[in-house]
Design a protein around this ligand. Structure first.
Ligand code: CA
Length: 371
């Protein structure tokens, strides 16, 4: 027994030491992150500007850039700090592409058809008359080779494009007078950008291209007789109902307009890979989100336009649609021009459209007709 006594004492001391250490008594608390770790360098913050072709905070299109900047700020934990500028705040709506190309802003948000003067084929990456719907054009861009061609087209300008929003099928627009026959288009001064404008011209009208922020005044003061803009959600926000009484559909000229995010190439390439991936993924999320926003909010906006503002909805007559379709086929074919890249883009777009048209007829269209 006696021989065991020192051993028991030894055990008791050992147990007490163990308990003290388990209970944390008698020891200074140790933060594991400070043990043998070098101090982390503060994360580099990229302070960027995104300039847009939209009036500041315009519902839908204008909010795409705001939402994009906010999501990127949160996801990057503040490393991508992007300030949003509406049209005219830093540069005019139609100067966005050049400013991003020159690196005066790292990012821009707009639509490819605004750059038609620089690249006649560009409208194929936003919308063409009687072209693809949102669902179809997204399929072409992502899985039909469209995005690669778009990147190739913008590459000489030092600009990287991403699809970042879609309006869905737009409305044909606001008219001071009813359109009952083809003759009613004769001499009609209408704000309608891109290829739609050219089609209108061949159908007797006079296209005018002015930024969204100036449309209301132009229609109200009689500078123009008609205007298209987007659809109920945006058109209500701009107050177009008080400048034009008749609201025509469908938007033959913009059946699924892609909004674009453009990024200056050097700025993009200077980013670490994780931030580049965040931009690409966020653009895709915004592309989807904007279409949902337009669809959901246009329902309520249309009701407000009709009930509160007495707007009169009108379907474009078949004769007018027939003429516009015929002119559209010519105008779009001519847009392909002579150069090799434009030809490839035209063939890719029209090839995909011809294929997907039949599939859409068998699925979406057939379903919508029985619903
Ligand atoms: Ca439009």
């Amino acid at each position: 027994m006696k021989a065991n006594a020192p051993r028991r004492r030894c055990h008791a001391v050992w147990l007490a030491t163990l308990l003290i250490s388990l209970l944390g008594c008698g020891n200074e608390p140790v933060d594991p992150s400070t043990v043998a770790e070098p101090a982390a360098a503060p994360a580099k913050v990229y302070q960027w500007k995104i300039i847009t072709t939209w009036p500041k905070f315009l519902p839908g299109a204008g909010m795409s850039a705001e939402n994009l900047a906010e999501r990127l700020r949160v996801m990057s934990d503040g490393r991508l700090d992007i300030r949003v500028y509406g049209a005219g705040e830093l540069v005019g709506a139609f100067e966005v592409f050049d400013a991003v190309s020159a690196g005066n802003a790292e990012m821009g948000h707009g639509a490819a058809y605004y750059w038609r003067g620089k690249m006649p084929i560009a409208p194929l990456f936003s919308a063409i008359p009687f072209g693809m719907t949102a669902q179809e054009v997204n399929a072409w861009l992502r899985y039909g080779g469209g995005l690669e061609l778009w990147r190739e087209l913008y590459a000489p300008f030092n600009v990287v494009p991403f699809a970042a929003g879609n309006t869905g099928v737009q409305m044909a627009g606001w008219f001071n007078e009813e359109i009952n026959a083809l003759e009613d288009l004769a001499g009609l001064k209408m704000r309608i950008p891109g290829l739609g404008g050219e089609v209108l011209e061949r159908s007797g009208g006079v296209p005018v291209n002015i930024p969204g922020g100036e449309v209301f005044t132009a229609l109200q003061t009689g500078v123009i007789d008609a205007t298209e803009w987007v659809g109920p959600y945006n058109d209500l926000a701009l107050g177009l109902y008080s400048a034009g009484r008749y609201y025509y559909y469908p938007g033959w000229h913009e059946p699924g307009t892609v909004l674009e995010l453009i990024v200056n190439r050097q700025a993009f390439e200077a980013l670490p890979a994780d931030l580049q991936a965040m931009i690409a993924t966020t653009a895709q999320a915004i592309n989807d989100d904007t279409l949902s926003d337009y669809t959901a909010r246009s329902v309520a906006a249309l009701e407000t336009l009709e009930r509160e503002h007495g707007v009169l909805l009108r379907l474009l007559p078949a004769e007018v649609i027939g003429k516009l379709r015929q002119a559209s086929l010519q105008v779009v074919a001519e847009t392909a021009g002579e150069d090799e890249l434009s030809q490839r883009i035209y063939k890719s777009y029209t090839g995909f459209l011809n294929g997907v048209r039949r599939y859409t007829d068998l699925t979406e269209k057939a379903y919508l007709e029985i619903r």
